[in-house]
Unconditional design. Sequence first.
Length: 393
Amino acid sequence: MRAGAHELRLQLAAHPLAYPVVRVLGRLGPAVRVPGLGVVVNEASAAREVLTDTATFRSGGGTEADLWTPVFGPSMLVNMDGPEHRAMRRKLAEFFTPAYVRLLIDTACTEPLARVAEALCAGRPVDVVRTTKIVAGAVTSALVGFTVTGSTAEREAAYLRMTGQATAIIGLVKLGRLSLGAAQVARARAIVAEIGTSTSLAWEKGDETTAVGRMRSFGLTEAEARGLASAFLIAGTETITSLLPRMVAVLHDHGELAGVAAACRAGDTGPVDAAIHETARLITPAPIILRNAVRPGRIAGVAVRAGDRVVLSTLNCARAPGGFDLARTHPPELRRLWFGAGPHFCLGYPLAMAEVHALLGTLAGGGELRITARRAAPGVLFPAYRSLEVSRA
């Protein structure tokens, strides 16, 4: 199967109708008004202007805020705007420092990644999806203050349960439906109740080696800490579990995995960073970002009225430069656009990249890899593999 075909299969498995429609809309110009949907933006510079113009475009009605606020409360950052959002970002400006990110990765990832390395060196296959879920669950557990004990199998089961909770909540969301019914809200609240209890206990202890303890030291209230812990659960878990296995597959399918693995083993971060950025562009972790116009304006020549929904197709923006190319230099307007821009740029970006580096580095240490089996996940919000098995070539 030609390079790129597997990614297409993932997209179609997740969204068999929506994905082709989005790609067709991308051919209609930098911005286009679509009745019943809103103004769709397909060009990177226009999308970046929308994300940085917070006086005109906000995360209010008709956006992700309508989904999460009834479940998690008003303090998730992604559902905040204006002075409250700026105040929260100021409090968290030094949250994910390089030193703290290293501490999180070392604490949460060392043991599960050591088992992966051992399996590969012994010639046993490894499921990259399961591995990523365990690592993401370990990191998220550390972030929300959830203590995991027991045997190796019991700890792995707890980490998989943590990621499963995030997946269950995300599974309630469907494209085209920007609100949850009363029963769905109740189910989502029940799922996060246990996590909220752990977060509250960690906040009360105030241990600054934990993320929640750090939040308290930065001046956040308990309610704000619970909201942010929920944001980490949803965004951090789902982003990394979709991104990393696809990243490995894309590099493998384009014949670049061996070269990136060699760079990892040599400690040459330049080629590794280039590979991460280019594969993330092709994958586009957040394929759509929503905003709501609060006053009239224009986007790439298209008039926007107050109350209009604005659909930023980061997928179309990212695909515009062309196919996969590790030598490609991303223009400033496109750079990391799939993680947002301006005041809403992803707070957890440094941690996500550290997780990617740690996982890629571990897989690379096992020598040259080949994909021995893969299955797409059907009907999911974020295109993903259900399983991706690799072994030493």
